[in-house]
Ligand binder design. Structure first.
Ligand code: ATP
Ligand code: MN
Length: 268
C-alpha cells in the first residue's frame, strides 16, 4: 500500500496547480483551503473563482483535460510549462482519477478555438452541437437523418448559397436554444440543404444550398457532398459548421476547412 501511496505522491509532488473536473461541492470545499483549485465543468455549480467553462462533457477524457488546460492558460490561471494535477471522473460519477500534465505540452486541439475563438458565441455553438447530437440519437420518427448547420458569419454564408425552398424562418426572430426552435430544427432537418445561423444564434434560414469555393478543401474519402460543403463553407467564410451524417451517424464540427471534432451521439 505504501508503494502505491508513494507513487501517487510522486505524481502530484511539486505541481504548480490543480484542476478539478466537475467536482462535487464537498470535494471543492476540501481543496479551497490550501490549493486554490481551478474548476473545469459545464456549469460553475460550486461557485469557483477560477473557472473554465466546458462547452460539453467531452466523452474523451484527453479532450476534456486538454480543453481544461487550454482554458486555464487562456484565463491566465496557469502558465506555459506549469505542472498541473488534473482530477477527473473517468468511470465513476465522483472523481476517481488523477493525472499530471504540463501546460502547453499538447498540440493545440482546435476544439478550444472552435468554441472560444469562433465568430459565433460559444453558447450558440454548444446549442447547435446539442441539437445535432440529440437528432443523431433519436433520428426523426425512428429514421436516421442527416443535417448541416452553418454557424456564424451569416451574411457571407447567405451570399455563398441559394434557397432550395421557401425559408420558414424568413420573418421569425427565433434563436437556437429556445425550446420551440429545437423542435423546428429537428422537423425541418428532414428536408434538403443547410441551416444558416447567425453569430448570436438567430436562425437566418433553412433549406440553403451552399456554393462555396471548394479549392484546397481536403476532407476524408468516403464523406460526401454534405461534408464537402461544410468543409468548404468554413474555409470560404468565418463560419463553423456542424454536420450530422445520415450514413455513419456521427456528428462532425468543421472550422477553417478542417474537421475539428468528431462525436458519436450514442456516447452522449
Ligand atoms: N452543397 C450543399 N449544400 C447544402 N446541402 C447539401 C449540399 N450538398 C449536399 N447537401 C445535403 O446533403 C445531403 C446528403 O448528400 P450526400 O449523401 O452527398 O452527403 P454526405 O456527405 O454523404 O452526407 P451523409 O453522410 O449524411 O450521407 C443531400 O441530400 C443534401 O440535402
Ligand atoms: Mn451520403
Amino acid at each position: 500500500m505504501s508503494e502505491l501511496g508513494d507513487l501517487l505522491d510522486e505524481i502530484v509532488s511539486g505541481v504548480d496547480g490543480t484542476l478539478l473536473f466537475s467536482p462535487s461541492g464537498s470535494l471543492f470545499e476540501r481543496f479551497t483551503a490550501e490549493r486554490d483549485p481551478i474548476v473545469v465543468s459545464t456549469e460553475n455549480a460550486v461557485g469557483a473563482e477560477r473557472y473554465v467553462a466546458l462547452p460539453l462533457e467531452f466523452d474523451d477524457i484527453r479532450e476534456r483535460i486538454r480543453f481544461g488546460v487550454e482554458g486555464a492558460l487562456d484565463g491566465g490561471f496557469v502558465e506555459e510549462g506549469d505542472q498541473l494535477a488534473c482530477a477527473v471522473a473517468l468511470f465513476a460519477d465522483d472523481i476517481d482519477t488523477v493525472t499530471r500534465v504540463r501546460a502547453g505540452d499538447f498540440e493545440r486541439s482546435g476544439v478550444y478555438d472552435l468554441f472560444v475563438n469562433s465568430r459565433a458565441e460559444p453558447e450558440v455553438i454548444r446549442n447547435v452541437l446539442e441539437v445535432a447530437i440529440e437528432l443523431g440519437k433519436k433520428g426523426q420518427k425512428g429514421k436516421r437523418v442527416g443535417a448541416l448547420f452553418v454557424v456564424g458569419d451569416a451574411g457571407k454564408v447567405m451570399n455563398k448559397s441559394r434557397p432550395l425552398s421557401y425559408n420558414p424562418f424568413e420573418k421569425s426572430h427565433v434563436h437556437v436554444g429556445d425550446p420551440i426552435v429545437d423542435v423546428m430544427l429537428k422537423e425541418f432537418s428532414r428536408l434538403d440543404g443547410a441551416f444558416v445561423i447567425s453569430d448570436s444564434g438567430k436562425i437566418v434560414s433553412a433549406y440553403r444550398y451552399l456554393e462555396p469555393a471548394a479549392e484546397g478543401v481536403d476532407i476524408p474519402k468516403g464523406l460526401g457532398a454534405r461534408h464537402m460543403a461544410a468543409g468548404a463553407v468554413t474555409k470560404d467564410t468565418n463560419a463553423v459548421a456542424v454536420v450530422l451524417s445520415e450514413s455513419d451517424g456521427l456528428v462532425r464540427a468543421f472550422s477553417g476547412g478542417e474537421i475539428i471534432l468528431e462525436l458519436d451521439p450514442e456516447e452522449y
